[in-house]
Write a protein that binds this ligand. Structure first.
Ligand SMILES: Nc1nc2c(ncn2[C@@H]2O[C@H](COP(=O)(O)OP(=O)(O)OP(=O)(O)O)[C@@H](O)[C@H]2O)c(=O)[nH]1
Ligand SMILES: [Mg+2]
Length: 411
């Protein structure tokens, strides 16, 4: 799907110079004053952010989302920087998007469309592609489909400009409905095959371990470090879309666990995408153990951790035991007091936490140790009595008052 369906796109043309806009709508709405994540998303989609602007409003303007004064400011930025696109951090209604495009004279898209586009670019496997297509179709079907270049082309190139009439919209709707049905059917077939594979893995008795975490936390890097694989890891959001599973041999207990690397989470993940990717996310639901990877060097780490917990709850994986893996230890300004401790989860329990650097390979022994404990069926909770040598390196009961927090400003 073109993120900017109004204008013909040239896939390999020079980067689109984009102005980023975020609107603070007050409590209850997510707002990132730095727009850093939107910038990362833009770069991951092949755009070049050239200017940023944040505004504050009590409620979105029905027509332009921002007020007309701000819209003029955006327009001035667009011309000052020679931009050809504007990206909003918040979701726009189709009407707002259309009005803004008219007002600004350039392509306008929102965060949801951006995420969908990145997913579409990254999907490699048959299942991944089908899931993305389903999400895109569902996203489109909830909007008033005015122009969709692909469908327009199928119809013989009706004008991209000047929206189609009601009859065409109705036709679009029906075509999309038919496509949704057909994609769902194909997806069901693939799912059945995968279920069979998953069942086989379950039967093999190996502990099923899934890497979960915010996008860019370092899951694939950790996966590669643990199983000596070469999964695609990159400083991009949603570098991984398809699930990869490898066997992780646990020395000492002579057993293997099945380790899966999968798609990352992000704030405001479009709901339709979560729905479409349910099969992929299911991997986490059916795991015996989750390695929740956190980028410990991120100023947003707390919010990112919460977002991951929220999505886990949404897909029903909240009660799967977790090990918190605080990654990027090498990038921390101050080292934590303990490299392993306990941390409070929002479900009231405590989970083991280990600090690692997946990139440098530090802390992995401790992590393997914990995985081996889980494989032996030991509970991942602190001993009721004062810790003895059965507890790993640093037995401090952290969480509520986290000892490392004072030295690192994290947790
Ligand atoms: N400094 C540092 N960087 C790391 C470490 N681990 C990963 N990174 C970097 O973080 C970025 C993201 O790593 P990935 O492994 O692709 O992250 P991911 O969680 O798989 O990301 P998605 O698949 O996009 O969700 C890359 O640029 C890595 O090089 C680490 O221990 N230290
Ligand atoms: Mg990855």
């Amino acid at each position: 799907m073109d993120r900017y369906p109004a204008l013909p796109s040239a896939p390999d043309a020079a980067l689109t110079r984009t102005v980023l806009v975020g609107v603070d709508l007050g409590a209850g709405h997510s707002f990132d004053p730095t727009l850093d994540e939107l910038a990362q998303l833009a770069v991951s989609a092949g755009d070049e952010p050239v200017a940023r602007l944040v505004a504050r409003r009590k409620a979105p303007d029905a027509a332009l989302f921002v007020g007309s004064g701000k819209a003029d400011e955006i327009k001035a930025l667009v011309s000052e920087h020679g931009a050809s696109g504007v990206l909003f951090d918040q979701a726009l209604s189709p009407a707002q998007q259309r009005n803004l495009e008219r007002h600004l004279g350039v392509q306008v898209a929102d965060r949801t469309a951006l995420i969908l586009e990145i997913f579409a670019r990254r999907a490699k496997s048959h299942e991944g592609k089908l899931q993305v297509e389903l999400a895109r179709l569902q996203y489109l079907s909830t909007r008033l489909v005015r122009r969709w270049s692909h469908l327009e082309r199928q119809r013989g190139g009706a004008g991209l400009r000047g929206g189609p009439g009601e009859a065409q919209i109705e036709l679009d709707r029906r075509m999309i409905g038919d496509r949704i049905k057909s994609v769902k059917g194909r997806l069901d077939k693939v799912k059945k095959q995968h279920n069979t594979q998953r069942k086989a893995r379950a039967k093999s008795g190996a502990l099923r371990v899934s890497l979960v975490g915010y996008t860019n936390a370092g899951k694939s890097t950790l996966f590669n470090a643990l199983v000596k694989a070469r999964a695609y890891a990159a400083d991009q959001l949603f570098a991984t879309l398809d699930t990869t599973t490898r066997s992780l041999y646990l020395e000492g207990i002579e057993q293997s666990a099945a380790l899966s690397d999968t798609v990352g989470f992000i704030r405001d993940l479009p709901h339709k995408l979560v729905e479409a990717f349910r099969a992929t996310l299911q991997e986490a639901t059916e795991a015996d153990l989750l390695l929740h990877v956190v980028d410990a060097s991120s100023p947003q780490l707390q919010a990112q951790r919460e977002e991951v917990e929220r999505v886990l709850a949404e897909i029903g994986a909240h009660d799967v035991p977790q090990i918190l893996v605080y990654n990027k230890l090498d990038a921390l300004q101050a080292q934590p007091r303990a490299l392993s401790d306990w941390i409070a989860r929002d479900n009231g329990g405590l989970a083991p936490r280990v600090f690692v650097s997946a990139a440098q390979g530090t802390g992995l022994e401790q992590l393997r140790d914990w995985i081996a404990r889980a494989a032996r069926g030991e509970p991942l909770s602190p001993p009721a009595t004062p810790p003895d040598e059965a507890t790993p390196a640093a037995p401090a009961i952290a969480g509520q008052s986290d000892p490392s927090a004072q030295t690192t400003g994290i947790a």
